[in-house]
Design a protein around this ligand. Structure first.
Ligand SMILES: Nc1ncnc2c1ncn2[C@@H]1O[C@H](COP(=O)(O)OP(=O)(O)OP(=O)(O)O)[C@@H](O)[C@H]1O
Length: 263
């Protein structure tokens, strides 16, 4: 009898651990997709699941058949449509971000970087010169660096200013910064396909949103038209930064290596 009790106690413990792990994975999954297009997708899937259950409960064979076919089509279409989100999620899991592990950059380097970038962005914004700076974090962005003009120059406000000087060869496209060096300029980035985005955003802002949707990079955009400075991360944009705010927030983003998020 006591043998059985021990067996059941052992099972209970395993079940408890099992449920705990599943709850943790669901929690992390929800954090991962929070604020992304995947939330709308989940809502759509929930509606389909309910419709499928109701139609099979009431034996509505035509609706049932139609929903069955829809599931098959979705199984093929979803990985294609949500490729950027899936890629980002898998990269995050691969980096260990799923379990809350982040690398930290040397404080000194980040402070210098944020200061120089904020100085440059402020000066460009005052002169209404457009700019797009992308800061690589754990995702290397090497494929975009390869497509641009390689520089490997130490970040300084002066160099950023001269890269984006109008009518110069490097001013078009994005500058990609890795660590405290400008890896390349004139880089072509993927544009966001977010259908809910305001039409006010042109291609510069769409490129910043696109690259941050597909990677963990952070981007700073200076608008040529309005002279507004924006910070972009995870496909979300915060606008209207002054020099000091930008320096502080960019420093937070880069030193916490992925923990800071725009929500
Ligand atoms: N795919 C891309 N990758 C990187 N940079 C791009 C890309 N597409 C456009 N750009 C940059 O954006 C510039 C055009 O900006 P556009 O006016 O369309 O954007 P915007 O978001 O309205 O910004 P602004 O307020 O500065 O005008 C181009 O000259 C180029 O430098």
């Amino acid at each position: 009898m006591s043998g059985y009790l021990t067996y059941f106690n052992y099972l209970d413990l395993l079940t408890f651990v099992d449920i705990l792990i599943v709850a943790f994975v669901i929690y992390k999954f929800l954090l991962l997709i929070k604020g992304t297009r995947a939330v709308q997708l989940l809502k759509g899937l929930a509606v389909l699941v309910i419709a499928s259950s109701v139609s099979s409960w009431f034996h509505l064979s035509t609706i049932n058949w139609l929903l069955d076919k829809t599931w098959t089509a979705l199984a093929v279409a979803l990985p294609v449509v949500f490729q950027p989100e899936l890629r980002r999620a898998l990269e995050q899991i691969g980096r260990g971000g799923f379990f809350g592990k982040y690398s930290r950059r040397a404080d000194e380097e980040v402070r210098h970087l944020a200061h120089q970038v904020a100085l440059a962005a402020d000066s460009l914004a005052r002169r209404r010169v457009g700019a797009l700076l992308v800061f690589a974090r754990e995702t290397g962005l090497q494929e975009y660096v390869e497509k641009g003009v390689k520089l490997d120059a130490l970040v300084s406000a002066e160099i950023i200013g001269s890269i984006f000087e109008p009518n110069t060869p490097l001013h078009d496209g994005a500058a990609i910064i890795k660590g405290n060096r400008i890896a390349a300029a004139a880089c072509y980035l993927p544009l966001t396909e977010n259908p809910f985005l305001s039409r006010d955003f042109g291609t510069r802002h769409r490129a910043a949103l696109g690259i941050t949707e597909q990677s963990d990079a952070v981007a700073v955009v200076v608008s040529e038209e309005r002279g507004v400075i924006s910070l972009v991360q995870g496909g979300k944009i915060l606008q209207g930064f002054g020099r000091t705010d930008l320096e502080k927030m960019l420093g937070d983003f880069l030193s916490q290596g992925g923990k800071a998020v725009i929500s």
